[in-house]
Ligand binder design. Structure first.
Ligand code: FAD
Length: 422
């Protein structure tokens, strides 16, 4: 029997695949394949990377906590700027009460602030019409590209092979997988599919479990460097968020009818960054209007960016918007684990959860290679992330739950009810 070239082939070098490669490379012969390993054409490439640890789902808090610890250890990997949840209107008090209860239960440091106190922390983000805020000092923003390149460097230093190639098929003969790219073929004993919004291409069984959504994001024009970066802010009633990128402000919004990007459409997308879609113009204008007028003015004259212009626009001083594409699962948890013999998924891992969930997967794969049991302490995480957990559910139902998750991205609904419905 021929020995495969590698112990593990990882397809997709975004933050998930690259982090996994760095964790596996010291223990196994690893190949990491991507259409453009260093270019990061996937969702990782321009993600704003806000990392909030609070979540009504304990699994997501745990993964976020572990991810923050991992990113903090990487030079320039994480800016511990904190997170403000800013509320408006009379209902805001209920949000704060509920969040305080969750934060206490999860032992997350937090403090309830008046509007004035919130304004002193983030004057550019908090309008006078806010009715209060809650502040989480240990949250922050991950530099997704820096983290991913760092992981790639670590993987290479531990002997992993990193190659550019468009994987066209994955086939299995006996215990060996052949991963065919447009101009090469590699064999491996195990394969991990970490292909982000393209999950359904190589693994059709994941298509309806990892639903791709279009999401608008915009940058203001440049501001003078600040001595202290503001916390990122989320506005739960308006489902929008805003962050300071150091030299300019960025804003994203979920306050629109969710736009699913189907597998047939992702198939022809060279990157997860698409032109700004005019249907999001009002959404973004509404979000920007919630900011103090002097900040809102920095988005005036915003241009609709084309994907090829993103790097050039980022270097310039023109406000611009684009449409990113990312994946959401029916219950909002990543799909991470074994799909079948020797085949694993690492899909739907947000920047917030990527490092934490890839450690869980790396431990599982190393245990499989050694013929041992994976760490018992993480069994609850492996069970929650099991990529086959939606198995009997109809595709249409999976998509409908994923759509609900987009609308309720910060888990405002009672999660016990949401999960019971699955
Ligand atoms: C606008 C925007 C805002 C976001 N905001 C946040 C945020 O604030 N916080 C947060 O936590 N997350 C955020 N996200 C989500 C986050 O960026 C993604 O969930 C995460 O980056 C996904 O990483 P990944 O490694 O799974 O996938 P990707 O980064 O998409 O990587 C997948 C890789 O697979 C490769 N690939 C696919 N198919 C093939 C193939 N056939 N052959 C070879 N290679 C292939 C692609 O080239 C790509 O590099 C945001 C995303 C976007 C777009």
């Amino acid at each position: 029997m021929t020995v495969p070239d590698y112990d593990v082939a990882i397809v997709g070098a975004g933050i998930a695949g690259s982090t996994l490669a760095s964790l596996l490379a010291p223990h196994a012969r690893v190949i990491l394949i991507d259409r453009d390993v260093r270019g990061l054409p996937g969702s990782t490439g321009h993600a704003p990377g806000v990392v909030a640890q609070i979540n009504t789902l304990p699994v997501l808090t745990e993964l976020a906590r572990r991810s923050v610890a991992a990113y903090t250890a990487i030079p320039n990997g994480f800016d511990n700027v904190g997170c403000l949840e800013v509320v408006r209107g009379a209902d805001g008090k209920n949000w704060i009460q509920d969040r305080v209860a969750v934060a206490r239960e999860r032992k997350l440091e937090h403090s309830v602030l008046t509007t004035k106190e919130a304004q002193s922390l983030a004057p550019a983000f908090v309008h006078d019409d806010a009715t209060g805020a809650i502040y989480y000092p240990n949250d922050g923003t991950a530099n997704a590209k820096t983290v991913t390149w760092h992981a790639q460097d670590l993987a290479a230093a531990s002997g992993a092979t990193l190659v550019d190639g468009n994987v066209t098929s994955i086939t299995r003969l006996g215990q060996t997988y052949t991963i065919t790219t447009s101009d090469d073929a590699h064999t491996a004993r195990r394969v991990v599919v970490a292909t982000g919004v393209w999950a359904g291409q190589l693994c059709p069984c994941l298509a309806s479990r990892a639903v791709a959504f279009a999401h608008p994001y915009a940058f203001a024009n440049r501001h003078a460097p600040r001595t202290r970066m503001a916390p990122f802010a989320r506005f739960p009633d308006a489902v929008m968020y805003v962050r300071d990128h150091g030299d300019r402000i960025g804003i994203g919004s979920y306050n629109h009818d969710p736009v699913v990007v189907r597998t047939a459409a992702t198939k022809v997308l060279p990157t997860a960054y698409t032109p700004f879609q005019p249907q999001f113009t009002h959404t973004m204008d509404d979000a920007i209007r919630l900011l103090p007028p002097s900040t809102a003015a920095t988005f005036a004259g915003r241009v609709d960016a084309q994907p090829a212009e993103l790097t050039m626009l980022a270097a310039g001083n023109v406000p611009y918007g684009f449409t990113g594409v990312f994946t959401i699962t029916p219950d909002g948890l990543p799909l991470v684990g074994r799909i079948n013999l020797g085949m694993y998924a690492a899909i739907g891992c947000w920047v917030t959860h990527a490092a934490g969930s890839m450690r869980v997967l790396a431990d599982l794969i190393v245990a499989d290679i050694r013929g041992e049991d994976a760490p018992e302490a993480d069994e609850w995480l492996r069970a929650a992330l099991d990529p086959c957990r939606f198995h009997p559910m109809a595709d249409v139902e999976c998509e409908s739950h994923a759509v609900d998750k987009y609308k309720d991205i910060w888990n405002k609904k009672d999660q016990a009810k949401v999960l019971a419905a699955l």
